[in-house]
Write a protein that binds this ligand. Structure first.
Ligand code: FAD
Length: 491
């Protein structure tokens, strides 16, 4: 490909990926008059990546307002030990941030406040395409934040956006994978694609939008960034297998600064025996988690399950063989509607005695029984309140359980195996609040945009129900900004 020799652009915006971020960008840019082409590696029937498979919770208390804890939770979940000098710099005007701060991967307050402010207007925009939002029941028995969701889930949103995109002239190429990108001296991007017949082709565009998700479908990148435990995890739904990281790699090769926690990912607790989409087992707050050595290894119930399932699931991946068993007894039925937290299509392992349960799970009986015995002895009297954090904690263990602790002694006994499933990876490229990709010196790369999983935002612990939202918000902004840039050039 030769982008140096004055190739002319056939498209104003070339979008790589047709999930929520790609389609939001395509529709907003085309609405403003841009010529847009969307590339999608899957067949037409499976377009939409992860977005296709999600129920798509939005962390919002209404269709115009985010949850009360929104910004605070996004910042605090991102962890500790931020350089105080950087914290001080980011409290001032963005324009005055030093270049190293603009290029720094961190929980970026500019992005978090834009997400918070634009969530409402973006939901209104999506409603304009016929998407309906409602507060429908979730699979969380206890939750710290409210959740809104599109009726029909992510699929309803991307189908509505696709239909509108086609109506306003956006072109689509399926089974077409972007593999390489070059920045020309003439502000034209050359993107190499592999089409349905396996042949390569060069496409040229004035703007490129990386909306190709994370790298949850690429075992090589997972191992590179997550380490050895990557072999124990798998995508929670089929869409994740299509996200193989090329978009992130091509942006980094074009000079983008990295952002997001490359060593982590958003995890969900999955039953490894099930092939169902999102085969969740979310009732560990009412039992104990036991690893293959017959030991507990963490506090199963630090608070509401919606706040803690992410890091607990990930920690399971660091246990021997990347697996743990949630063990509970028949008093689980004291928890109203507890079965909504179980989405696997496989039955619980059941036994009349704890010895038999250990054997049925393939766990070493002696340490398993000792662990349950010690846990039972550490439980204290108190009122069990299943639907709120009740402070019913164990006492005196090396690792105490903070809530909902009752002895496990009322047979029959049950267990489910749990592994961490990857929803999406956190590592991506640095962007600004216009969704422009930022280079290693803090400057926007002209014409290059990224949103959704491909743009790094999260560190350590995921703030639930914000990933589809960020794809929609920053995808829409990217399309608008790219189209506005074209108009400015024409003037
Ligand atoms: C089961 C499940 C439940 C979830 N629940 C929620 C939830 O309730 N709330 C929430 O906020 N988030 C949730 N998430 C996460 C959220 O759905 C995703 O993070 C978000 O939808 C990602 O959007 P995206 O546009 O970045 O990527 P995707 O929707 O994954 O789209 C990326 C697209 O790019 C295509 N692609 C990839 N590489 C290439 C290439 N090289 N060339 C061409 N095309 C390419 C893919 O095929 C795909 O279509 C969930 C995820 C899953 C899987």
């Amino acid at each position: 490909m030769n982008t140096q020799s004055g190739n002319s652009a056939n498209w104003d915006l070339l979008v790589i990926g047709s999930g929520i971020s790609g389609l939001s960008a395509a529709v907003s840019a085309a609405t403003a008059g841009a010529r847009v082409l969307v590339l999608e590696r899957s067949v037409r029937e499976e377009f939409g990546g992860n977005t296709r498979w999600t129920e798509s919770y939005f962390r919002m208390k209404s269709d115009s307002e985010v949850s009360d804890d929104f910004e605070e939770r996004l910042i605090s979940n991102a962890g500790y030990n931020l350089d105080p000098n950087i914290v001080q710099e980011v409290s001032g005007e963005y324009a005055n941030w030093p270049s190293y701060v603009k290029a720094h991967g961190m929980p970026d307050p500019e992005l978090i406040s834009t997400l918070s402010e634009q969530a409402g207007p973006t939901v209104q925009w999506l409603k304009g395409f016929g998407v309906r939002f409602d507060t429908l029941p979730t699979y969380f028995v206890t939750a710290a934040a409210p959740r809104l969701m599109p009726v029909g889930g992510g699929l309803a949103m991307i189908e509505a956006l696709l239909a509108h995109a086609q109506k306003i002239g956006v072109e689509f190429r399926y089974q077409t994978t972007a593999t390489k990108m070059e920045r020309g001296v003439d502000d034209i991007f050359g993107v190499t694609v592999t089409g349905p017949d396996g042949r390569q082709e060069a496409l040229y565009a004035t703007n490129v939008m990386i909306a190709s998700g994370g790298f949850e479908g690429n075992p090589e990148m997972l191992t590179q960034y997550l380490g050895d435990s990557a072999k124990f995890v798998r995508p929670v739904a089929r869409g994740g297998y299509y996200n193989r990281g090329e978009g992130i790699r091509m942006a980094l090769a074009a000079g983008a600064a990295p952002a997001g926690d490359f060593g982590s990912y958003h995890a969900e607790p999955l039953d490894p025996r099930s092939g169902a989409t999102e085969a969740l087992v979310m009732n560990f707050t009412y039992g104990v988690l036991i690893n293959k050595r017959g030991k507990r290894f963490l506090d199963e119930a630090p608070g509401p399950v919606d706040v803690h399932y992410d890091h607990i699931s990930r920690d399971i991946g660091y246990q021997p063989d990347g697996i743990a068993y949630v063990v509970f007894d028949q008093r689980i039925h004291d928890v109203p509607n507890w079965k909504k937290s179980i989405r696997t299509d496989q039955p619980a392992i059941q036994a009349d005695t704890l010895e038999q349960l250990a054997e049925a799970c393939g766990l070493p009986a002696a340490p398993f029984l000792r662990t349950i015995e010690e846990y039972n002895a550490a439980c204290r009297d108190g009122e069990f309140k299943p639907l709120e954090a009740d402070g019913l904690a164990t006492q005196g263990l090396d690792i105490n359980k903070s809530n909902w602790s009752r002895p496990i002694n009322a047979g029959p006994f049950y267990a489910y195996p749990i592994i961490p499933g990857i929803c999406f990876t956190y590592g991506g490229v640095k962007t600004n609040k216009q969704s422009q990709v930022i280079d290693q010196d803090g400057r926007p790369i002209p014409g290059l945009y990224a949103a959704g999983e491909a743009a790094g935002l999260y560190y350590q612990v995921y703030t639930g129900a914000t990933s589809v939202m960020r794809g929609a918000v920053f995808g829409k902004i990217a399309g608008e900004h790219a189209a506005a840039g074209l108009r400015a050039k024409v003037r």
